[in-house]
Design a protein around this ligand. Sequence first.
Ligand SMILES: [Zn+2]
Ligand SMILES: [Zn+2]
Length: 599
Amino acid sequence: MTELERIRHSAAHVMATAILRIWPEAQFAAGPPVEQGFYYDVDLPHRISPEDFERIEAEMRKETKANHVFERIEVSREEALAMAGRGELAALGPRSAPSRFKLDIVQNIPEDEVITLYRNGDFTDLCAGPHVMRTGNVGAFKLTHVASAYYKGDEKNPQLQRIYGTAFKNKTALDEHFAMLEEAKKRDHRRIGAEMGLFAIDAEFVGPGMPLWLPKGTVLVEELEKLAKETEFAAGYVRVRTPHLAREKMYLTSGHLPYYEESMFPAMELKAENGEECSDRYYLKAMNCPHHHRIFAAEPRSYRDLPLRLAEYGCCYRYEQSGELFGLMRVRSLNMNDAHIYCTEEQFAGEFRAVNDMYLKYFKIFGLEKYQMRFSTHDPAKLGQKFVNEPELWRKTEDMVRRVLVESGINFIEVPNEAAFYGPKIDVQVWSAIGREFTIATNQVDFAVPAKFGLTYRDRDNTDKTPLCIHRAPLGTHERFIGFLIEHYAGNFPLWLAPDQVRVITIGEDEALVKYARDLHDELRAHGVRADIDLGNDPMKAKIADAEKSKVHTMLIIGARDLEAGNVSIRIHGKGNLGARPKNEAIGDLLLQIRERMA
Ligand SMILES: [Zn+2]
Ligand SMILES: [Zn+2]
């Protein structure tokens, strides 16, 4: 957990303390930190509403003022069960009813795991931690909303009240957060997406969570792909293409089945030609990796073929719960800026460095000044359970990753015990222009799955070895990344990315002037510029207002004086007039800005 996550999770304990002071019968379930803050699930006959927040917050303030220590206590399974039975977990003391969710959680803790409690003042909770030192470290907090959620996300279980809040180190940070959310509302990607005609979600006919890219949104998609293809080509990647589905065997081998089955669309069952029996099962792919592994396996490989960098903007399908779907941010069909790098241990550090350099290059293009890499590592105590049992490989790759991050001067934090099962991973967090945080991409090392697929290369010494695999997706998915960019730019995309790059606007209907404007428009189109032309007889003011409203990046306005001098008058969306310039100079400058992907 990061420091902010520890503050927020600790705030959840403080909130539970406060709720129990008002409603001692409250039964708590889970209370983790989340992207924007924290929540705690509670079962309580009283329906908590925003009207109750002030009262709860007042009790919370007493608790943070008291500045109690968060005390970590190790207990035996028997003790934990006995305490839950007496209603003492997530409670201020013994109660008449058992702490029933905590009882269930204790019963599901694996035999060999240490059980810990955390105590602040008279509140004791079952919790793995970690926490901040004292309740006073929860500097500023606010409850935000209430939702409902099933215990463990299963609709067969009781429905609980999910109380959300957020917390920061101090009041200034808290205030900045809410000011940023206000601005984010104005920049909501769903609203701007609809206004600009970028994408549509047709839940009735196509399905929820499956965005349709409209022509202007498709421009964004294709510009991003062009950027990725050029960048990856220069970095020595090769492109591949794979189908959207695969046989069951693929996902049994990769381990997606059964572990990931809930997140996949259900199987398509094929009938045998003569009868009713199911002869085969296919699944829509939830990840591109297995297909790429089969491309690696499609030909014999030698050490001379490595590193092999297979890239594809692959389309995946994930069955997100309908309650989780959100605009472009949480979807069921997603196009990923994917690639898998197969390499030897010796090549690993160099490949990993190159991937990082690519991230930094992209950050620069998009003007992302604030970013952070979250480096998740393994816990040696959990080898063979939570993490694949390869102690040497874990140590070596984590050391290499850490060294590369330090040497490249990259801003990163290390989070123990959060690696993927098959290797360390890096989540890339970026902050939009208004300071909102997004996780857009991941970069993972994999030393387990290539072996499962039996991938080998013939080494110098004529033995067969298993390659390491780096999964990386710097531009994430089109859906999430474009959702992020819409907010980042408030829809005012830089010229290279703007769906409408240039509009030629005429003042007057003089024949020579119209011809001049048409020729200019044709010339821009011939250079691949997304230009259109407004020859209508509306007043200039109305034409400009229309172009501004559609967020056309550059307006080239042609009046009688421009015609005479061979000029164009330039106006930039949201910035105003730049004055007149010779036509060829203006065109040359536009082409340069586009080619160099200037901000
Ligand atoms: Zn806790
Ligand atoms: Zn992958």
